[in-house]
Write a protein that binds this ligand. Structure first.
Ligand code: CAA
Length: 283
C-alpha cells in the first residue's frame, strides 16, 4: 500500500513537528486541532523551524515553500478521515485519544491506517476501540521531531504485516530510523528515560543536589545533551507524570512510583517550558 496523504490530529509540539517532517518528505498533510488559534501557532512554528533549516543550508527555499504548500489545516476531523495514514498526536490522555478515533471512524477510507503517537498508552487497547485493529499501530516520534532520528513502531496484538510494512516505509522516506517495540507500557524509550527523569526529581526532592547541579552532573558526567530536569521541562511535566502513571499502573511495581514533587509541580500548573515555569523559570 502506497501512502500519499497523511492526516495529523493535534498541532501541538509533536503534531507540528510531524507535519513539518512529513511535508518535507513530499507527503500531502492535513493537520487538525480544536482551535484555529492552535493551527495558526503551529504553522508559524513550522515556518520558523524550516527557516532555521534553510539558514543552516539543510534545505533550500524551494523545498521549504513546497513543503508548506503541501500542508492544509482544519478544525474538522471529518477532513482528516480520508487519508491513507492518520497519526494521532493529541494530548497524552487515553479518553481524549479514544474520543478522537471514535469521531474519525465514519470518515475513514477502507484502507486508512490509524496510528497513535502515544508515548506510553497500550496500542492494543486503543486499537480495540476502533473498527480496524489490524490496521492500527503505535507511531512514536521523539521531540524535537525535525531533529531526532528515532521513530518507535509498536505493533498491537492484532496489527497485520501490511500495516507494519507501510508504516516502516513512511519512516524510511522521512529519513528516520525505526525501532520496533512490543506493546508494553511506555515501550522502549520512555520505559528507560522516564524512570531516569523521575529519579532526578527524587534526587532534588531528597536534597541530594540542586536543579543546576543535577543537570550539570548528567550533562558533564554522562554526556547527555540536556540535564534530566531541563529535559523534563522540555517534554512537559504533565506528560512525564502521565507516563510514570502508565508505568506504575501497567507494571504494578513500586519502582515506578511518580515522585511526589513531580505531582506537586503538575498540580501547581508548572508544566515546564510550555507554561513558562517548571524546574526552571522561563519568564
Ligand atoms: N526544528 C528544526 N531544527 C531544530 C529544532 C526544531 N524544532 N530544534 C533544534 N533544531 C536544530 C538546530 O537548528 C540545530 O541545527 P544545526 O545542527 O544545523 O546547527 C540543531 O538542531 C541543534 O539545535 P541548537 O543548536 O538550537 O541547540 P542544541 O545544540 O542545544 O540542541 C536539542 C537542542 C537538539 C534539543 C538537544 O538539546 C537535544 O538533543 N536534547 C535532548 C532531546 C531529547 O532527549 N529528546 C527526546 C525526548 S523524549 C521523547 O521525545 C519521547 C517522549 O515520548 C517523551
Amino acid at each position: 500500500m502506497q501512502v500519499a496523504k497523511i492526516g495529523i490530529v493535534g498541532a501541538g509540539q509533536m503534531g507540528n513537528g510531524i507535519a513539518h517532517v512529513c511535508s518535507l518528505a513530499g507527503y500531502d498533510v492535513v493537520m487538525s486541532d480544536i482551535s484555529e488559534d492552535a493551527l495558526a501557532k503551529a504553522m508559524s512554528l513550522i515556518d520558523k523551524n524550516m527557516s532555521r533549516q534553510v539558514s543552516r543550508g539543510k534545505i533550500s527555499d524551494a523545498e521549504k515553500d513546497g513543503a508548506l504548500g503541501r500542508i492544509t489545516t482544519t478544525t474538522d476531523l471529518a477532513q482528516v478521515g480520508p487519508s491513507d495514514l492518520i497519526i494521532e498526536a493529541a494530548t497524552e490522555r487515553e479518553t481524549v485519544k479514544q474520543a478522537i478515533f471514535e469521531d474519525l471512524g465514519p470518515h475513514l477510507l477502507p484502507h486508512t491506517i490509524l496510528t497513535s503517537n502515544t508515548s506510553s498508552i497500550s496500542i492494543t487497547r486503543l486499537a480495540s476501540r476502533t473498527d480496524r485493529p489490524e490496521k492500527f499501530m503505535g507511531f512514536h516520534f521523539m521531540n524535537p521531531v525535525p531533529v531526532m532520528q528515532l521513530v518507535e513502531l509498536i505493533r498491537g496484538i492484532a496489527t497485520d504485516e501490511e500495516t507494519f510494512r507501510a508504516c516502516k516505509e513512511v519512516v524510511d522516506r522521512l529519513g528516520k530510523t525505526s525501532a520496533t517495540a512490543e506493546d508494553f507500557p511506555a515501550f522502549i524509550v520512555n520505559r528507560i528515560l522516564m524512570p531516569m527523569i523521575n529519579e532526578a526529581v527524587y534526587t532534588l526532592y531528597e536534597g541530594v543536589g540542586s536543579v543546576r547541579s543535577i543537570d550539570e552532573s548528567m550533562k558533564l558526567g554522562a554526556n547527555h545533551p540536556m540535564g534530566p530536569l531541563e529535559l523534563a521541562d522540555f517534554i512537559g511535566l504533565d506528560t512525564c507524570l502521565a507516563i510514570m502513571n502508565v508505568l506504575h499502573d501497567g507494571l504494578a511495581d513500586t519502582k515506578y512510583r511518580p515522585c511526589p514533587l513531580l505531582t506537586k509541580y503538575v498540580e501547581a500548573g508548572w508544566l515546564g517550558r510550555k507554561t513558562q515555569r517548571g524546574f526552571y523559570d522561563y519568564r
